[in-house]
Ligand binder design. Structure first.
Ligand code: XBP
Ligand code: MG
Length: 229
């Protein structure tokens, strides 16, 4: 019996990675660093989950010896820029997400989040896209709440613990191979909606791979709490 849905955030609830990429580049520029990540470069760099870890791997790769403290500060600057763009409405929920969340709630399903990003970035996105309706998520486990990021299963295992449900009563939603691996290793069945930056990944263990969770152009439904289309 299906009792809860657990959602990844970046790439799944919304196409956020382009805004993350632009924010990384703006942070590099503001710090006077000569780096600019192209779309193709960022595609590869996403193999490292976690923005700070991604920066550190990139710096190591180009022989840049910027200190971990300086990398952490750069990442904070990047997140300030990202949050501003999100608050400014630069990111929208992916097709079908708003309707799925509402219909799941109406059907008595519980909703949770399992993400690599920070709580601050998560809340910025949820506030901007669904206002107070983000309270429909009963459980939110972020990258700050785990010792090891995806593809490790920790974030999904924590979400299951907080829901108090076994994996067989839940369904995960992901957009990346690392996310799918994380959910699968937590024992979850997973629906994958590949995103702009992950559509070249392999999704072998997925229960289902679909291009989106709704029909493009389907009319948004207005509901209590103001969930945006
Ligand atoms: C998303 C990520 C994140 C974002 C940037 O993974 O890997 O690192 O790119 O976020 P997932 P931060 O969708 O699997 O959770 O810079 O905040 O880490
Ligand atoms: Mg993702």
């Amino acid at each position: 019996e299906l009792k809860a849905l657990i959602f990844d955030v970046d790439g799944t609830l919304a196409e956020t990675e382009e805004q993350h990429r632009l924010a990384f580049n703006a942070a590099f520029h503001d710090a006077g660093l000569p780096y600019e990540w192209s779309v193709d470069r960022y595609r590869e760099l996403l193999g490292v989950t976690g923005g700070k870890q991604r920066m550190a791997a990139f710096f190591a790769g180009v022989g840049d010896t910027t200190s971990p403290a300086a990398i952490a500060e750069l990442h904070r600057a990047k997140n300030r820029i990202y949050a501003e763009a999100v608050a400014d409405g630069q990111v929208r929920l992916r097709t079908g997400i708003a309707r799925l969340l509402m219909e799941a709630r109406e059907a008595g399903m519980r909703l949770a989040i399992a993400t690599t990003t920070s709580r601050e970035n998560l809340l910025a996105l949820l506030h901007a896209t669904m206002g107070s309706a983000h309270r429909i998520f009963e459980v939110m486990v972020t990258g700050e709440d785990v010792a090891v990021l995806k593809p490790d299963p920790e974030v999904y295992l924590k979400a299951l613990t907080q829901l108090g449900l076994p994996a067989e009563n839940c369904l995960a939603f992901e957009d990346s191979a690392a996310g799918l691996e994380s959910a699968t290793r937590a024992g979850l069945r997973t629906v994958v909606t590949p995103s702009l930056y992950t559509n070249h990944h392999r999704f072998g263990p997925a229960a289902l791979v679909v291009s989106s969770l709704g029909e493009p152009g389907s009319p948004p439904r207005v509901c209590q709490g103001g969930l945006a289309p």
